[in-house]
Design a protein around this ligand. Structure first.
Ligand SMILES: CCCCCC(=O)SCCNC(=O)CCNC(=O)[C@H](O)C(C)(C)COP(=O)(O)OP(=O)(O)OC[C@H]1O[C@@H](n2cnc3c(N)ncnc32)[C@H](O)[C@@H]1OP(=O)(O)O
Length: 435
């Protein structure tokens, strides 16, 4: 039943259909591994990144490693046109996660339902995205890169499969699909082996930003050469994605009033909660089969130890995503009282780096429901007990699906109504056209 639903979803969702097309034929057909080049083992991705950046393997050496990086400033380009243009195929990489052929690596990826932990996949995608960008910006003269490439945004991840099996090999592929002046869009695909073929599991679009060796200022990236009409189309999509992001940021409910249609939705939700016996705006009652939004909050705390650092001695973006995802999943599970499946991830903005030693506060909440879908928002911020300053670092949006009817979420305050509308906007942008 469920797989049927997902199948019809994939058939009807244009955003995801487009990505699937490009992952199975089109762009991928023209972007193949160069002769003699072997897929990279997943365990080597972070080692390669460490070599490219010159990152320390021991925390005690990290200050010295960073001082050495400062000397790479001289390698930075003064203008973008000083850099060698690159093709999409130049950054194309394949990574193997051999869960089938190397059972010893399964444990790290296994969840209690005997499927693969999606949080681990988020970590691998993040590292791969960064490696793809380093491949695109590879310095001709030296192996070491002066660039610090960080994850700015997870634009979208759409899943095609409900289960990721823990005993079959997985392949990740990806390449740079668009470049700006200092930012790059990366498209990645994950496939899993079934008999003799690799079937698509998910498509992901990330945006990475290049910074100077000390990660203080933006730095130019190599331009992209477009070789085929298909590549021109992919690049144009990247441009459109950028415009869409700017438009949705301008229309954010933190800046603008809701639309007339959205105001109606909020008012109807409000009317539905009025106690018809009292004729008062104040006495509110929960409609049947509903849950107040405020009762769905689930919180967590992480102390950010050096072990979770990235190559730039900040907290690894993939770790933040894994923690936020797992909390979001637990929130959806507690809400629906049934195992949730992730269907989409979108618009994870990395607003500020998380420093080692930070107290990372995570807060998840169900903000929108429709049929058997649950939209969960996870807020993360750092709190400094010395200064008592609290700063937002990320907001995560996850769409889950449950194989049974779920209660409706109901906002009580104006602020919660804005969360509801924001959740609906995220849900609509990834899912609407498939239902
Ligand atoms: C194992 C290795 C993994 C390593 C990966 C990580 O873990 S990284 C760890 C997780 N990520 C982080 O910690 C990043 C935290 N965030 C930040 O440091 C910062 O917000 C940022 C560097 C991403 C952006 O800073 P600023 O907004 O000041 O940057 P600035 O305005 O100079 O813009 C630089 C370029 O980034 C683009 N840009 C900035 N924010 C963007 C966003 N949300 N979505 C898309 N693009 C964005 C701009 O258009 C511009 O591109 P153009 O110049 O092309 O127009």
């Amino acid at each position: 039943m469920l797989s049927h639903r997902l199948f019809s979803f994939s058939k009807a969702c244009p955003v995801l259909t487009r990505s699937l097309t490009s992952s199975t034929d089109g762009s991928q057909a023209s972007l193949l591994m160069k002769e003699g080049q072997l897929p990279i083992h997943v365990n080597n991705v972070r080692n390669r990144l460490r070599e490219i950046v010159g990152a320390s393997t021991n925390w005690r050496d990290h200050v010295q490693a960073m001082n050495e990086r400062k000397a790479l400033h001289t390698l930075l380009a003064k203008t973008q046109s000083d850099l060698t243009p690159r093709k999409m195929s130049d950054s194309y990489i394949e990574v193997i996660l051999p869960l089938g052929s190397q059972p010893e690596i399964r444990e790290k990826y296994l969840n209690v339902h005997n499927t693969v932990r999606f949080g681990r996949i988020l970590e691998d995608l993040d590292s791969l995205g960064v490696l793809i960008c380093y491949t695109h910006t590879k310095h001709d003269a030296t192996q070491r890169s002066p660039l610090s490439i960080v994850t700015a945004l997870v634009d979208k991840i759409g899943l095609w499969k409900q289960h990721i099996y823990p005993d079959r090999d997985i392949k990740f592929t990806g390449n740079v699909s668009w470049v700006g002046k200092t930012s790059m869009e990366v498209k990645m695909h994950m496939l899993q082996q079934h008999d003799d073929i690799y079937a698509p599991v998910l498509d992901a679009t990330f945006v990475m930003v290049a910074r100077d060796p000390e990660n203080k200022r933006p730095a130019f990236v190599n331009p992209l050469i477009l070789e085929t009409p298909e590549e021109e189309k992919i690049f144009k999509e990247g441009e459109m994605n950028k415009i869409r992001r700017i438009d949705s940021s301008k229309a954010s409910l933190l800046k603008m009033a809701p639309t007339a249609e959205e105001r109606n939705i909020v008012h109807n939700l409000f009317l539905n909660t009025l106690d018809t016996r009292t004729m008062s705006f104040r006495s509110r009652v929960l409609p049947p089969n509903s849950v107040w939004m405020q009762d769905t909050t689930l919180k967590g705390l992480e102390i950010c130890h050096p072990q979770e650092r990235n190559i730039f001695n900040r907290i690894f973006g993939g770790f933040l995503m894994r923690k936020a995802y797992e909390l979001g999943w637990a929130c959806a599970y507690s809400y629906g009282n049934f195992r949730p499946y992730v269907v989409a991830v979108d618009d994870i903005m990395f607003q500020k780096p998380v420093e080692i030693g930070s107290l990372l506060l995570l807060s998840s909440q169900v903000c929108y429901t429709e049929k058997n879908y649950i939209q969960v928002r996870v807020y993360s911020g750092v709190y400094d007990p010395d200064s008592r300053i609290h700063q937002t670092t990320n907001v995560f949006h996850f769409t889950f699906m449950i194989e049974k009817e779920i209660p409706n979420i109901v906002p009580r305050t104006y602020g919660e109504s804005m969360l509801y509308l924001d959740g609906k906007r995220h849900f609509d942008s990834t899912m609407k056209e498939n239902m």
